[in-house]
Write a protein that binds this ligand. Structure first.
Ligand SMILES: [Zn+2]
Length: 506
């Protein structure tokens, strides 16, 4: 027999597709011809496969070897094809029986020494195989835990090509994946750790309940980062579908921790202001790596010292925040990754990073305006809650942490408020108040009585507030009303919303 086929998979964005790796060996000059739109990494596969086969003690066939990856029109990136290519070539020589690979997904990169190395994106590839009725997979040892997350998938792991060859010849066994342990998850930062900052805590709770973006202004040490880090602890845990989706993105980025293969908590990403554009939105050669924006999908993206990010970096965030997806241009076509994030941004009130009113600050109002103006165009417009945090007073630091509300307590209120909002907007393409279009809020059905919105309309009429700002206040008021358990917002909720909207913002 001079023909053999092994099943593998390729990714388009986060969606996996089954690829048939075929090898045909014929008389002729001993060359390897790869077809089926291989990228440059795949050409390097040729050398790795040859060395791995020879170093596993198998003779290299001195024949013309044609390897085809089918379907041809599917773009294939990355190094997961090495192991299937090697096995199909050996199968084609007739020296290796491939009956054990019938209906089995095979993934893995090969080292020159014949070792099987982990690859990125195993979870979404195994999930795609399961959808097509494939119930068995052979993957690198380092990827076994994530592959085993796919319901109904029987996973076996390999550390060397030699072991897979031995397995197919009935001479040795593959490696069982580690047993799925209940997720310990480790301790999470808790809201009870945050001293003082009542407005900041309220802002965080409202942001969590309504899915509102949040901006925190304040001097260093006021607790901006502490608050931002605690937002995920207030958000509902991810449901099964969201959990697999988020984990798949981390799998493609190759950042899954072996100890916690399935991500159940909303992720938190805090890229540094010197981060490159690819680090923020994704990129790189071969299989594109999701950036911080996609790794924060269904979670929190924290931009600390937001004015220090480059204009270019801030601009690249604009479209993804609007669409909930990141589109990466590739040499051939594009890759789209999901990126529905809740943004928290933080900034010092002025470039010298001293508190407002500090005598040593020589920044003119103009300088301060220009500093914060850097974030205003692309980002600040979209942010519902904008708060200035005062410097912490010593008294705050000495209050007993047990007297403060903890994250689980607040998370319960948040969950209840989210349920109320989801039920109200059930017919719309919105899951929380932050996503509801202004036109809906202003419809007769949801319009609030004139005496409730008087102050809001006054600000709009006098030009003190934009139409966009007006809608944001309405959204916040609905969230406050949901948190309080009211039927709809009253004057008090509008007033609090106004304070959250631009409470003491510099
Ligand atoms: Zn200053």
């Amino acid at each position: 027999m001079s023909y053999a086929m092994v099943l593998c998979a390729a990714l388009e964005g986060v969606t996996g597709h089954i690829v048939r790796v075929e090898a045909d060996l014929a008389a002729g000059l001993p060359v390897v011809v790869l077809s089926g739109l291989p990228d440059s990494a795949l050409n390097e596969a040729r050398e790795r496969v040859r060395a791995a086969i020879v170093n596993s003690g198998e003779p290299w066939p001195q024949r013309r070897i044609a390897v085809n990856l089918d379907p041809a029109d599917l773009r294939k990136r990355g190094s997961a094809f090495d192991l299937p290519i090697a096995l199909s070539i050996l199968g084609g020589t007739g020296t290796l029986p491939l009956a054990g690979l019938d209906g089995v997904l095979v993934l893995g990169e090969l080292g020159l020494d014949g070792s099987v190395r982990p690859v990125r994106g195993v979870l979404p590839m195994a999930a795609a195989a399961a959808r097509q009725g494939i119930a068995k997979a052979i993957v690198p040892v380092g990827n076994a835990a994530e592959a085993a997350l796919v319901p109904g998938m029987r996973v076996l792991a390999a550390d060397t090509l030699g072991r897979v060859i031995g397995f197919l010849r009935g001479q040795c066994a593959l490696i069982e994946p580690p047993e799925a342990l209940p997720q310990p998850g480790g301790p999470q930062p808790d809201l009870a750790d945050v001293a003082g900052q009542e407005m900041g805590r309220l802002g965080l709770e409202v942001a969590a309940a309504g899915g509102h973006h949040l901006a925190l202004f304040g001097p260093p040490g006021a607790g901006k980062t502490m608050l931002a880090q605690r937002l995920p602890s207030l958000l509902p845990r991810l449901d099964d579908a969201a959990s697999l989706e988020v984990t798949a993105l981390h799998s493609i980025a190759g950042v899954l921790s072996p100890g916690e293969p399935l991500l159940r908590r909303p992720p938190y990403q805090a890229p540094h202001h010197t981060a490159s554009v690819p680090a923020l939105v994704g990129g790189g050669s071969g299989l594109a790596r999701p950036g911080a924006l996609s790794l924060a999908h269904r979670g929190v993206l924290f931009l600390d010292e937001a004015p220090e990010f480059t204009r270019q970096a801030l601009d690249t965030l604009r479209q993804p925040l609007e669409d909930g997806t990141v589109t990466l241009g590739r040499s051939r076509g594009v890759v789209v990754y999901p990126a529905q994030v809740q943004v928290v941004l933080a900034a010092n009130p002025c470039p010298c990073a001293r508190p407002t009113g500090d005598a040593a600050c020589a920044c003119t109002p103009q300088v301060r305006r220009r500093y914060l103006g850097r974030i205003s165009g692309p980002l600040l417009d979209r942010i519902d809650i904008q708060l200035e945090l005062p410097p912490l007073k010593a008294a705050h630091l000495f209050t007993d942490a047990t007297a403060r509300e903890s994250s689980p307590v607040v998370a319960q209120r948040v969950a209840a408020a989210r349920e109320t909002a989801a039920a109200r907007w059930a017919g719309l393409d919105a899951r929380c108040n932050g996503e509801v279009p202004g036109t809906v809020l202003r419809q007769r059905r949801w319009r609030l009585p004139d005496d409730v919105t008087r102050e809001l309309r006054r600000r709009l009429d006098t030009g003190a507030m934009s139409a966009r700002g007006h809608d944001k206040v309405l959204r916040l008021a609905w969230t406050l009303s949901d948190l309080t358990g009211l039927d709809r917002p009253g004057k008090a909720e509008i007033n609090t919303a106004l304070t959250l909207r631009d409470g003491g913002k510099p």
